[in-house]
Write a protein that binds this ligand. Structure first.
Ligand SMILES: O=C(O)CCC(=O)C(=O)O
Ligand SMILES: [Fe+2]
Length: 282
């Protein structure tokens, strides 16, 4: 895992580490204490007052009756304006525009909160899709030669070995495979980071939340970034009200996929000819 700060981060080193290196990078001190504490307050408030929400890769927590210790708060765009602020940081737009294309979108934006005693997740990959263990439902020959996803986490609490910082197997992104109990996890590391830092990792890198053996909660914001053409796992749009959709910033509109109109009802479209560069007409 390579550590940068806002001065040393550059696209070439970032891309190399994410694709050819460990698969994970941390940029130190990107967000202010005020931004993080305001996000943390909203997340804790929802986590404590909402009904239990869907989670994933949590078979162990479910079997041991501890699933209530691994909480999710979903659909963050509409939960508070701080979440639009955090996700539209210039560094995110600079790096993701190059890696995933200028019209990159958000596939999911949630918080993952582990309370003390939470057992953690099974190691998994999130892309090409998080059900990649159903191989037969994916195209023959699919591989990880270019990125179709990048994950970001924004720690709201100290993410240490003890508190359950996300684990990963360095380099595992290079051979696209959903891990299982026969795989070698001996080189496992954890994404150690502090509130204010910004972590990126390759969604093909084997990873997962670890047990929280500390005496404090461990919450992170968890974001999936995608190229414009991939179907997001989370429907981030339907629940937003008209006012939000009309008035959100240009960057948030892009992240919600509003800058790319597909799938589209062609039958009712007013355009006669929308696609192509027109070289034969000249
Ligand atoms: O909470 C974490 O540390 C990681 C969560 C994760 O990887 C996931 O839910 O896909
Ligand atoms: Fe994951």
């Amino acid at each position: 895992m390579k550590v940068f700060n806002t001065e040393t981060i550059n696209y070439n080193d970032f891309k190399y580490e994410i694709t050819q290196g460990s698969g994970v990078i941390v940029i130190k001190d990107v967000y202010s204490e005020e931004q993080i504490s305001s996000a943390r307050e909203v997340i804790n408030n929802f986590a404590e007052n909402q009904e239990t929400k869907e989670t994933h890769f949590n078979a162990e927590a479910e079997a041991s009756g501890k699933i209530h210790l691994q909480q999710r708060v979903w659909n963050l765009f509409g939960k508070d304006k701080i979440f639009s602020e955090l996700i539209t940081h210039d560094l995110i737009f600079e790096l993701m525009s190059k890696l995933l294309g200028t019209k990159f979108i958000t596939g999911s934006y949630c918080a993952s909160r582990l309370l003390p005693g939470a057992p953690g997740q099974e190691l998994h990959i999130d892309y090409p899709y998080w059900d990649f263990y159903e191989h037969e439902t994916f195209p023959d020959g699919l591989n990880g030669s270019f990125l179709q996803n990048c994950q970001a986490t924004i720690p709201l609490d100290v993410c240490s070995n003890k508190s359950g910082a996300t684990a990963f197997i360095p380099g595992s992104q290079k051979k696209l495979k959903y891990p299982n109990k026969n795989d070698d996890f001996s080189k496992m590391e954890q994404m150690i980071a502090n509130p204010g830092d910004l972590v990126f990792f390759n969604g093909n890198c084997w990873h997962g939340a670890m047990p929280n053996n500390s005496d404090h909660q461990r919450a992170v914001l968890l974001i999936e970034f995608l190229p414009k053409y991939i179907k997001p796992v989370e429907d981030l749009v339907s629940y937003l009200d008209h006012n939000f959709k009309e008035n959100c910033s240009h960057r948030v509109k892009q992240l919600l996929g509003f800058n790319y109109p597909y799938p589209k009802i062609m039958d009712t479209s007013k355009s006669k000819n929308e696609i192509g560069i027109g070289y034969k007409a000249k």
